[in-house]
Design a protein around this ligand. Structure first.
Ligand code: HGA
Length: 652
């Protein structure tokens, strides 16, 4: 999705802005641009379609420099990817704006501005913001007040960075529905949609709250809260959070693609997800953070040293809350949705709690009823996924309206980014600690989410266990969890074998993935990975559904991938595979060593390390990641930034 980098310094910042754009490339984009106010006081801009490299080529021809600037990578929502639609957008050569999000009422505003004589040069929704700010400046408002007046008129989601040619010592940012952070430097400060963009210049950040504005001047940073009827701006203090650098952020290392690096990192990051979260009795509830804004915060112990608005947990209170959970509603999108689907099997079988899983974009737009005692659980790598965040805000609104509106017990976010909106706005959070994931196709974020979900499942089981001392299943699962990084390492050793297998897929146009039980979501995730990065049409079915339709598709041109761990459904899955084979389908089976499946004509078997059935979804996800990776490499696609896709989907 779009990315914003902007800054005000006492040196030329054009290179910092371009480096920031490079660091945002992983999010997916189609064009890029930058504007600065140069030492002569002129507003100068460069924009290019395609990669940031293309923008750099332009800048080599016509260099820009300045101590204040705004820059952007655009992922088009309104108006095709073209130079004239790329940001920054200007008004009257006086105002420059970069924007993430969607202005829903842009058509009405455009009509109004055209009526007032403004001439539009793009098809974007964003351009209305530039002209509206210009109009407010012309009416005599200062830039922060002008931006405030404009944002009050905007419907939709946005993060903005705005500068004014007449005032090269003032940079203004605003957020509503899209993420924005302030990078705190020494005598220089920045704004970005993602802290990663600014790591070369600072590791200290202010995460703006919903509705916040920020004004940056040489005197410092002033965060402004919009109060009253939003005409008033009140200065507020927001915590400065230090970003934890991790080695993973450094680069691709020895790997050709971030995706492969991130697949290979899984044993290490899974150990980190587990680290300090288990003790001999079970899952440590201290692993969960309580949001400063939550009703659970009132009696939470640790008031200081909070990271991203989080504080320590009151274990007794959390135990009681978990004991009160009667149902779990899981909301997520894409890969995170598949993690949620796996968790449903765990929650019901391990914790005995009914669970529902739904994609956020559907959930948020339907009338629904919350059963009493429902825990609202969201999953998102970035914590900024627009639909998931909107679903959370929706249920919070319901809660404010009172029990008759359908009360949720509490909200829990499982997320990779501390300080993200989802983490800050949920009552509770459990961080996955996967480290930055740069490849658009999610890998380590998925498996760490699964581990975090298993920890949550066990914590709920514990809370319901009422002092049950010898809980054999919990003990076994804890033991197996500790061994999981090692098993994942073994499954990564299949890389060479899978790379060879990938050759059999590279000329195919379709692939079917099959799984049963908790492996059905893994089949779905395998299919998603393949289509995301190799552009091969792939579908997943619960194997029991074969006869209800997809069997009609089977012939020698349709490879069928099946995940076959050792579980109660094994014999049934084997029958499903026979049905495929009997119709000439080519089978590629990822199977437990104890599954007696013979490789032969049309049947390829990859033996996956033995693992207990509960943790099998985590282990089987790995070979499917490797398969899609190798197919994509053979096909020569852009593995880390597949076409049309973005890393963190911050617009609807
Ligand atoms: N609506 C704007 C910005 C799009 C965006 O934020 N994408 O992630 C445009 O189309 O330019």
């Amino acid at each position: 999705m779009c990315g914003i980098v902007a800054g005000l310094a006492q040196r030329d910042i054009s290179k910092i802005l371009i480096e920031g754009l490079h660091r945002l490339e992983y999010r997916g984009y189609d064009s890029a641009g930058v504007a600065v106010i140069d030492p002569a006081g002129e507003l100068r801009r460069a924009r290019a379609v395609g990669k940031v490299r293309a923008l750099e080529d332009e800048l080599r021809e016509a260099p820009l420099s300045g101590a204040i600037g705004v820059a952007h990578t655009r992922w088009a929502t309104h108006g095709r990817p073209a130079q004239h639609n790329a940001h920054p957008h200007l008004s009257s050569e006086r105002v420059a704006v970069v924007h993430n999000g969607i202005i829903e009422n842009h058509e009405a505003l455009r009509g109004e501005l055209e009526g007032a004589g403004y001439v539009f040069t793009s098809e974007t929704d964003t351009e209305v913001v530039a002209h509206l700010v210009d109009r407010e400046l012309c009416s005599g408002l200062a830039l922060p007040e002008a931006v405030n007046a404009v944002t009050a008129r905007l419907d939709g989601a946005f993060a903005l960075a705005v500068m004014e040619q007449r005032n090269p010592e003032l940079l203004v940012g605003a957020r509503q529905g899209s993420p924005l952070v302030v990078g705190v430097g020494i005598d220089e400060h920045f704004i970005a949609s993602d802290p990663l963009a600014l790591l070369p210049v600072t590791d200290r950040f202010i995460y703006l709250d919903e509705g916040d504005m920020v004004a940056i001047t040489p005197a410092g940073i002033q965060v402004l809260e919009r109060t009253g009827d939003r005409d008033e701006l009140t200065p507020v203090t927001r915590e400065v959070v230090r970003y934890e650098h991790s080695v993973e952020a450094a680069g691709k290392g020895e790997y050709r693609h971030f995706m492969m690096k991130e697949i290979m990192e899984q044993p290490r990051v899974l150990s980190r997800t587990l680290a300090e979260r288990l003790d001999p009795q079970g899952v440590r509830l201290e692993a969960f953070d309580v949001s400063r804004h939550s009703f659970l915060a009132a009696s939470a112990g640790n008031e200081s040293g909070a990271e991203g608005g989080k504080q320590g947990v009151d274990v007794a209170r959390l135990t009681q809350l978990f004991a009160d959970v009667r149902q779990v509603q899981i909301i997520a999108c894409g890969t995170s949705y598949h993690a949620g689907m796996v968790a449903r099997y765990w929650l019901e079988e391990v914790a005995g709690i009914p669970a529902q899983v739904e994609v956020a974009s559907e959930f948020r737009y339907r009338e629904r009823v919350a059963a009493p005692g429902t825990l609202f659980l969201t999953l998102s790598q970035s914590g900024e996924t627009a639909d998931t965040l909107a679903a959370l805000r929706d249920i919070q609104k319901l809660n404010r309206e009172g029990p008759q509106a359908g009360h949720y017990l509490a909200s829990l976010a499982i997320c990779n980014v501390a300080g993200s909106s989802l983490v800050r706005e949920s009552d509770l959070s459990l961080l996955t600690h996967a480290g930055p994931e740069i490849g658009v196709a999610s890998t380590k974020a998925f498996t760490t989410q699964l581990v975090a979900l298993m920890l949550t499942t066990l914590a709920l089981r514990q809370a319901k266990g009422d002092g049950q001392t010898d809980d054999l299943l919990s003990r076994q699962l804890l033991m197996r969890l500790k061994d999981l990084p090692h098993v994942i390492e073994q499954s990564l050793a299949l890389d060479g074998e899978i790379a060879q297998l990938a050759e059999k897929f590279m000329h195919r146009h379709h692939t079917l993935f099959l799984g049963r039980g908790s492996q059905y979501p893994i089949a779905m995730e395998g299919a998603l990975k393949l289509k995301e990065i190799s552009y091969i049409h792939a579908e997943a079915y619960a194997a029991g559904e074969l006869k209800h339709g997809p069997l009609a598709l089977i012939d020698e041109d349709m490879p069928v991938v099946a995940v076959a761990p050792m579980d109660d459904l094994m014999e049934k899955l084997k029958s499903n595979l026979q049905e495929v084979r009997a119709r000439g389908g080519q089978l590629f089976v990822f199977a437990d060593p104890e599954v007696s499946l013979k490789a032969g004509e049309g049947v390829h078997v990859v033996t996956v390390p033995g693992v207990c059935r509960f943790l099998a979804p985590i282990v089987y996800a790995v070979p499917l990641q490797l398969l899609s990776y190798h197919v994509a490499v053979l096909k020569g696609t852009d593995v880390d930034q597949p076409r049309n896709l973005a890393k963190s989907v911050t617009v609807e």
